[in-house]
Design a protein around this ligand. Structure first.
Ligand SMILES: [Zn+2]
Length: 120
């Protein structure tokens, strides 16, 4: 995989994520709008589950915003030409890893190291 291929993959990924973010957001807005005009369920239990759903949606939205920022950064790196360089140790990030996670900033061993530190 070269920088150009990776860049194209990342841009396609970013577009798809932005699209799904938009549809999630539109869903949330239309739900709130529905409630505003009084057509939403007034039953308390139903309303609670509704709110939970909105929370869940927001959570998903936030999670994908983080990934979106990572993808943006990765696109920048492909333009600078050091897309497959580990930020931590400077070694090359393996092709297999980039194929699975094109926006990876760390090689597998550095990633493992960080995950272990998070756990402790
Ligand atoms: Zn590394």
């Amino acid at each position: 995989m070269n920088a150009e291929q990776l860049r194209r993959t990342l841009i396609a990924l970013r577009d798809r994520m932005k699209e799904s973010q938009r549809s999630i957001r539109d869903g949330a807005i239309s739900d709130a709008g529905l409630r505003a005009i009084g057509k939403a369920p007034t039953n308390f239990a139903e309303q609670a589950s509704d709110e939970q759903e909105i929370d869940l949606m927001a959570e998903r939205l936030t999670a994908s915003s983080d990934t979106l920022a990572d993808i943006d950064e990765a696109i920048g790196r492909t333009e600078e030409g050091h897309f497959n360089e580990c930020e931590e140790c400077g070694k090359e990030i393996g092709e297999r890893r980039l194929a699975i996670k094109p926006w990876a900033r760390l090689c597998v061993s550095c990633q493992r190291k960080f995950e272990k530190e998070d756990l402790s």
